[in-house]
Ligand binder design. Structure first.
Ligand code: SF4
Length: 714
């Protein structure tokens, strides 16, 4: 089957042209199908005696999946041409582009691809080349593309946009058959279109004159080709269908278009000679590997989307329900990630599993995305509130953002109807508001507004602050934190942002001090937001890791609570335990060479301290550049030893030149020549964390350098 997409600006006559071409192809004895992809759904009217047919999108909306049949949406028209119409939503609601995708998908599922068809014609609106309307440009659909234009500038502008869209779906093969000038009778029309086509490097394959025969045939619900087969117009149409038939069997060549840039378009509009273009896709160098020419640049990978960030933040308040307004696929991905980390935490003995979170999804499907999802959100929100949820956050995914659902209005209405409930609107629109961290920030802004700033602080309570409590998500380290606080008669009031109740959140200010879980940029940023909102300042030191930080932290807490003697007693006991651990293990580490590579956003001083105490020679201390958007800097006592902007190439070189016994790194890296590998991110909180890490390193050194499975992998 050969597939042809006919594109043109709305009202330019592309549907009339498409129907004439389809009939002409059928007259050659070919089996033809025409699919109208214009929300106006009048592409096949002239093939159906002027009658409209059921559109695929109306059918999808009104017919359950199990009742759908291909014959309900494919009508047989003049010359046996099979006709289908996509249709579209009401103006101003939903997404017509998305409708095209659904139409293609539905026709495929109903078996249209296995119909006995020689040529399929797609008649597509070319004003908007969004992702949906560009679907027929994809390699799997259009083998050839025809552009219909008049000599009016906006019509050529639309044709130029289509060529740009086409270059983004480059299949590595030329695909433009040419341009059809459908005359409007404007001055110098043919000359303008030929200049445009020349500059774009494609031929004008037909000039269709203005002719009353069109009006006459349309008034009777037929194509000119059918009603006036001997006319001049029919001859031109037959020439076009001949070209399509030749292209289908490889007898006629196709072209790579070179869409005009802005300056060239201004030359075209002004009637000047069109200057040479700059960097048109056709001039780009093909990839030496696959021969494809690429046009999409600056493709960045995000950690995850803002919707996920906002959802995760709200789910940390255990009595909040999150309604994710979007398709189930988004919920599946997000819930799996969220539940996955909860499962990990459960296995460390801290969280319940399944996690105690309340996540609901509006389960938008294709039809909803086309016709708008407001009703689904209204129903879902109403049901959630009627089921007893009294604190709800509505987080929006990409789809409602793309189709323009007015979710703010839905939230407003629900809040008015349920005055006792709290409904928060989080219009993240998937990734429109940014990546994961941006979504967390949006949610935090809103969550901070729930804190009652009039609550008086009480001695004996502390808040822990961090975007990730991963380091203290095992019972072992949670106990370690409790043990450290008990020395000063303190206990935890609120873990912000971690599993907390709405009540502890509201009473956040009850604690007399806020302590960062760790000194990383995300936590500093979070604390900055808290300070801005409540005026509270963080404690001088975050939760400590390693002996040195532990002693410092104890002294600071002792001074703060007036219990310095208790602090010194605890430091002495801890020092004894630490020294014993180091002494016991030192003989295995003494004189060993280590390379330590970490990321810039986390201090590794505790590790350097430990290695030096164990007698290890650190031959390289390196930092990978921070992947964070704004860049960060680590505060380190060992800054003089540090190689900044360290890279994998440098590591490769160091592995050969420095012959380390141990590589400690946050990236998994294949070591060689008897070197052992250890992950850097394994330290827990407090003294316990560093003692455990020393044991972990010793076990790594005790293992054979090249064990069986590594050999097998190599
Ligand atoms: S980026 Fe958009 S589509 Fe992807 S998971 Fe997030 S909300 Fe869903």
């Amino acid at each position: 089957m050969f597939q042809v997409a006919i594109y043109g600006k709305g009202g330019i006559g592309k549907s009339t042209m498409a129907a004439n071409i389809s009939f002409s192809l059928a007259s050659r004895g070919m089996k033809v199908m025409q699919v109208g992809c214009d929300p106006k759904h009048d592409s096949t009217r002239l093939l159906l005696g002027g009658k409209a047919q059921t559109t695929v999108l109306d059918y999808v909306r009104s017919t359950p999946v199990f009742r759908r049949k291909l014959e309900d949406v494919v009508a047989v028209g003049s010359g046996g041409v099979m006709c289908a119409e996509a249709g579209g939503p009401e103006p101003g609601i939903g997404c017509a582009g998305r409708g095209i995708l659904t139409t293609f998908d539905t026709l495929k599922k109903l078996g249209a691809d296995s119909m006995d068809v020689d040529v399929k014609i797609y008649d597509v609106l070319g004003d908007v080349v969004c992702g949906g309307f560009a679907v027929p440009l994809r390699g799997e659909y259009a083998d050839a593309v025809i552009l219909v234009t008049s000599g009016e500038f906006m019509s050529m502008y639309a044709a130029n946009n289509i060529m740009k869209g086409l270059s983004n779906f480059d299949t590595g093969k030329p695909r433009v058959l040419g341009m059809i000038l459908n005359s409007r009778g404007v001055d110098g029309e043919e000359e303008s279109v030929r200049r445009f086509a020349d500059a774009a490097g494609i031929p004008v394959i037909a000039v269709i004159p203005r002719d009353d025969a069109f009006r006459d045939a349309e008034a009777n619900g037929h194509t000119v080709r059918e009603m006036h087969p001997e006319s001049e117009i029919s001859k031109r149409v037959d020439e076009i269908s001949g070209m399509i038939a030749d292209a289908a069997v490889g007898k006629r060549g196709l072209f790579y278009p070179k869409p005009l840039d802005d300056l060239q378009l201004s030359d075209l509009a002004a009637g000047r000679d069109i200057r040479p273009g700059t960097g048109a896709p056709a001039d780009r160098i093909p990839c030496s590997g696959c021969g494809r020419r690429t046009t999409i640049r600056d493709t960045r990978i995000m950690n995850s989307c803002a919707a996920f960030g906002a959802m995760s933040a709200f789910l940390r308040i255990i009595d909040f329900t999150v309604i994710l307004h979007g398709p189930r696929s988004c919920m599946y991905l997000m819930d799996m990630s969220h539940a996955g980390s909860s499962l990990q935490l459960h296995s460390r003995g801290l969280y319940d599993f399944p996690p105690r979170h309340n996540l609901v999804c509006t389960m938008m499907d294709d039809s909803v995305s086309i016709f708008g999802g407001v009703r689904m959100l209204e129903e879902c929100l109403e049901k959630t509130l009627n089921d007893g949820a009294d604190k709800v956050a509505v987080v929006t995914t990409c789809m409602p953002g793309i189709i323009g659902d007015d979710t703010a209005r839905v939230v407003e209405k629900a809040s008015a109807a349920h005055p006792g409930a709290m409904v928060v609107h989080m219009p993240t629109d998937g990734d429109v508001a940014g990546e994961y961290g941006d979504g967390v920030k949006m949610a935090v802004e809103s969550i901070l507004g729930m804190i009652d700033k009039s609550v008086k602080s009480e001695e004996g309570f502390v808040n822990l602050v961090g975007t990730s409590f991963f380091d203290i998500h095992s019972r072992r380290y949670a106990d370690e934190v409790d043990r450290m606080l008990v020395v000063f008669g303190e206990r935890i009031n609120c873990r912000f942002l971690d599993e907390m109740t709405y009540d502890t959140l509201v009473n956040y200010c009850r604690a007399s001090v806020d302590i960062l879980v760790s000194d990383v940029p995300a936590n500093r940023e979070l604390m900055g937001m808290i300070t801005e909102h409540t005026g509270r300042k963080p404690f001088q030191a975050p939760l400590p890791v390693g002996m040195r930080e532990y002693a410092e932290w104890m002294r600071l807490m002792g001074a703060r609570t007036g219990r310095s003697e208790d602090a010194e007693r605890e430091i002495d006991a801890a020092r004894k335990e630490y020294d014993e651990c180091v002494k016991m293990r030192r003989r295995r580490f003494e004189g060993k060479k280590a390379i330590v590579i970490s990321r810039m956003n986390r201090s590794s001083d505790w590790l350097v301290d430990l290695l030096l105490d164990l007698g290890v020679k650190i031959v390289r201390l390196g930092c990978f550049p921070s992947p964070r958007k704004d860049g960060t800097d680590a505060l380190s006592r060992y800054i003089g030893m540090l190689t900044e902007n360290y890279s994998i190439d440098m590591l490769e070189d160091d592995m050969d030149r420095l012959s380390p016994d141990l590589l400690i790194c946050d990236l998994i890296y294949p070591v060689r020549n008897g070197c052992r590998f250890a992950r850097i991110g394994k330290a827990g909180i407090g003294l316990r964390g560093v003692l455990d890490y020393a044991e972990y390193l010793e076990n790594i050194l005790r293992l054979p350098a090249t064990d069986g499975w590594r050999e097998a992998v190599r």
